[in-house]
Each structure stands twice: as structure tokens, then as C-alpha cells.
Design a protein around this ligand. Structure first.
Ligand code: DLL
Length: 433
């Protein structure tokens, strides 16, 4: 049995998990109250002292923390360990504003890499595997996290980073990579490129560990078919450590959250009210084992559902659904809430690939939604009349899903830019903010 399948932790009885969480939460609250003036101030504003927090049942008494707090406290304001004990920083990409930075002690790096190792083992990884890490390295957590996890499992690690697709494919073939780690959009691009080069028979991949961006079940099927693998989801965010906060097991019905390190809550994003398991809302995390950068009740903006249904893999840790989008990804078009993932579901169900772009503009004070999607090379040979018919069918399918009209433009294969990291799907020209 590989070392990073830890049944005594991952399959522990619920009461045991709760006992760990109670004890570690209390310790973490004391730690931040004593070491971080920013937290002390937030807690005092809410009239809470560390003695009010005796366990998970008291979690709701603590204030929420948001990305704005992290920006306000940038760069050192939330660090709870002496700087001389910190050995690493990682950072978010800063696509939604100023970057935020997270700090790690050696102990924090070890725990983070353990979480990634658990994810690799859950995807079938062992020390005999060759793990190709094609997430970006550097400030982004994807590369360093999976790299460390792969080392811990004892797999042969190919630290490719993202980009240079020819070299990726060459190494994949020459070194017999068996597990691929990258964003789902890059996996789809690699699959397409391998297919075009006629190299499908020369790859030995059996599994992929894909995350860092939203992807639909339809996209999973597409990647699995293209690469002949089983595609596993992995979730995480820089603020809470990076990839490995949760990961999929062989059941592929949600991602087990590493509950010995993180407490998850679902809240109503408008009122902040805590919602019961099974209800859809914003995911909130409290990290309970970190030294340098523990966050209490951090609002992720990711919308999902928690489930404690028994899992056939034996793991008892709570599962989160695939994030259905971020509350800040949601587009409001003509007053209707639209998630890019809904559009992706329609496109892939209709036989298109995930090469699409959503363009929102405002004409005569009215929102205009346009979806540009590449036709597949097979469709390219169809007569123009059929293209017009296909566009019409897509308009109807999108209207059925979204409830509003979207203009559809089918474009030639290879005209939409491919992504090597996180894909940019939406171009919003409305200047709303
Ligand atoms: O994306 C960490 C990561 C790296 C996760 C590699 C998985 C694999 P950030 O750049 O801080 O960290 O972005 C975090 O990405 O709040 C989600 O909105 C989104 N995200 C991450 N994983 C998934 C996923 C990394 N599996 C933000 N499905 C999060 C959907 C995801 N969205």
C-alpha cells in the first residue's frame, strides 16, 4: 500500500475527524489572535475572544476573511510565524485585481505536498509512475505543489512547466509518462495536438490530474476519449495552500476535502448564513494546521455543494462538487445570471470542442451575448448551408439552457487561441466596473 494513502486519516470515523478539527481549530485561533494584529482587530470588532471558540460548533462566531482583507494586509500583515521560519512564498495570478501572496514554513510545505501526494495516489499513482507536471512553475502553486506531491509518492517526476507543446509531447512519448498534471484546457490542447501528430499509440498515459479552472463533465469525457485516460479533478487555491485542498477518488463524484487540515462551510453568498450540506452556496475554508498563513473562514467565491454521502472508495472526508463557477465569474446579461460552464455544457453536448470564447458587449444600452465556437475539422468540410443550420441549432440549445438569446458564430478550426494554463473564456467589453 503506498505511503500516501493514509486510511487511518482519510478513512477515519467522522467523530475522530471532528475531534481533530475541534482541537486544531482552537489552537489556530489562539495562534492568530496572539500573533496577528489584523485578526485580533477583526475578532475584537465582532466581540469574539479566543476563549469563545471551543470547537467547530463555534466556528460561526468568527468573522469572515475576504480577498480584500488579504490585499489590505499585503504583503506581511497576516503572517502568523516569525519571518525567519518562513521558507517560501507563492502568489495568485492577480487576474481579479492586485496579487495576493501566501507564506509557508517548511512544515507547511510538507503538509501541502502530503495533500498533493494523496491526490496522486487517489488517481492510481505509485512510485512506479512517471508523472509529467505541466502546470506552470514559479509563483503559481500548480507546478510546485504537484511536483512536491509526486516526489513524496516516489514517482519519477518530469518538471515540464506549461508551454512548449512539441517538447511536452516528445518527453511524454520518450519517457513514457503515465500521469499528466495540467489545467484541463491544456490537457484538451495536448490531446488535440497528439491526435494531429498521429502519436496516440505512442503515449502511455493512464491518468490525468486536472484542475485550477472550472471544467464540465462533458469536457472530462472529451479529454478522457482524446487521451485514453481517466481524468481526475483536483481543487485548491493559493490562499489556502494550493492544489490538493481537495481531490477526486476513483468514484469521480466530487472531491474529498482534506478535512484533517481544512474545515469547509457553505454559506449564502449574499447574507453570509451557513447552509446545510447539500445546499448550493459559497465555499468557505478555515485552515487548521498551518503555521505561516492560517486563514479563518476565508470566502473562496467558489460556488458548490458539500456531500457527506458514503463513498465507495472508503474515504470519509466530505466531498465538494465541482465548483459551478465563481460568484465573481457569473455574468449578468439582460438581468439573467449566466455561468460560462452552462455554455460549455451546451457546446460539448452538441459535439463541439471546448475551443470557444464568450463575448459580451453593450449595444444601444442593451447587453449582447455572443458565443464564438470553432467547428471541428470534420464539420469544416460541410456545406455552408449546413453551417447556418448548425448555428441555428446552437442558438436554440443555448436559449433553452440560459433563457436568453445568444448570437452564435461558428469559426474555422484553430482560430481561437489555445491555453497553456488557465483559459480565458470571457471577454466582457461592457466596462461595468
Ligand atoms: O489554481 C491552485 C491549483 C493549481 C488548483 C493546480 C488545482 C490544480 P489559484 O491560482 O489561487 O490556485 O486559483 C484558485 O481557481 O478559487 C477556483 O476558482 C479555481 N479552481 C481551482 N481548482 C479548480 C477546479 C490554483 N478543480 C481558484 N475546478 C479557485 C474549478 C478551480 N475551479
Amino acid at each position: 500500500m503506498p505511503h500516501y494513502y493514509q486510511p487511518e486519516i482519510e478513512c477515519a470515523p467522522r467523530e475522530q475527524i471532528r475531534a481533530w478539527q475541534d482541537e486544531r481549530l482552537v489552537k489556530t485561533v489562539h495562534r492568530v489572535y496572539e500573533n496577528v494584529p489584523y485578526y485580533r482587530h477583526l475578532m475584537e470588532e465582532k466581540g469574539v475572544t479566543p476563549d469563545d471558540i471551543r470547537g467547530v460548533d463555534d466556528l460561526h462566531k468568527l468573522p469572515f476573511l475576504t480577498k480584500d482583507d488579504l490585499r489590505e494586509a499585503y504583503p506581511y500583515g497576516l503572517v502568523a510565524a516569525p519571518m525567519s521560519d518562513c521558507v517560501r512564498i507563492q502568489s495568485t495570478s492577480g487576474t481579479t485585481g492586485k496579487r495576493v501572496v501566501a507564506f509557508y514554513t517548511q512544515h507547511d510545505l510538507d503538509l501541502w505536498e502530503d495533500c498533493c501526494a494523496r491526490a496522486i495516489v487517489a488517481a492510481g499513482g505509485t512510485k512506479d509512475d512517471v508523472v509529467q507536471v505541466s502546470y506552470g512553475y514559479g509563483l503559481f502553486t500548480g507546478g510546485p505543489g504537484l511536483n512536491g506531491g509526486s516526489h513524496k509518492v516516489g514517482s519519477l517526476t518530469l518538471p515540464m512547466s506549461s508551454g512548449n507543446t512539441d517538447r511536452q509531447i516528445q518527453f511524454m512519448c520518450d519517457l513514457g509518462a503515465t500521469i499528466l498534471c495540467c489545467t484541463p484546457s491544456y490537457a484538451a490542447y495536448l490531446g488535440e495536438s497528439i491526435h494531429e501528430r498521429g502519436l496516440r499509440d505512442q503515449i502511455k498515459l493512464k491518468a490525468g490530474i486536472f484542475g485550477a479552472e472550472a471544467w464540465t463533465e462533458e469536457m472530462r469525457q472529451d479529454i478522457q476519449n482524446k487521451l485514453g485516460i481517466k481524468a481526475y479533478d483536483i481543487y485548491g487555491l493559493t490562499e489556502i495552500s494550493g492544489p490538493g485542498v481537495s481531490f477526486e477518488c476513483s468514484e469521480q463524484t466530487g472531491m474529498h476535502i482534506n478535512e484533517d487540515h481544512f474545515i469547509a462551510e457553505i454559506i449564502n453568498p449574499v447574507t453570509g448564513e451557513v447552509l446545510p450540506d447539500g445546499e448550493k452556496g459559497e465555499l468557505v475554508f478555515t485552515s487548521i494546521t498551518k503555521e505561516a498563513f492560517p486563514l479563518l473562514r476565508y470566502r473562496t467565491r467558489d460556488i458548490c455543494v458539500l456531500s457527506r454521502e458514503k463513498c465507495s472508495c472508503g474515504r470519509t472526508h466530505v466531498k465538494m462538487s465541482k465548483p459551478m463557477g465563481r460568484s465573481d465569474d457569473m455574468l449578468i446579461i439582460k438581468g439573467v445570471n449566466v455561468f460560462p460552464s452552462q455554455i460549455e455544457t451546451v457546446l460539448l453536448n452538441k459535439g463541439y470542442t471546448a475551443n470557444y470564447q464568450i463575448i459580451v458587449s453593450r449595444v444601444n444600452n442593451s447587453d449582447v451575448l455572443e458565443v464564438q465556437v470553432e467547428i471541428t475539422p470534420e464539420m469544416f468540410s460541410d456545406a455552408m448551408a449546413q453551417i447556418a443550420q448548425k448555428e441555428k441549432e446552437l442558438v436554440e440549445a443555448l436559449k433553452a439552457m440560459l433563457g436568453i438569446y445568444a448570437k452564435v458564430q461558428l469559426v474555422a478550426p484553430k482560430t481561437i487561441a489555445r491555453s497553456e494554463g488557465k483559459a480565458v473564456r470571457v471577454i466582457d467589453k461592457r466596462n461595468l466596473y
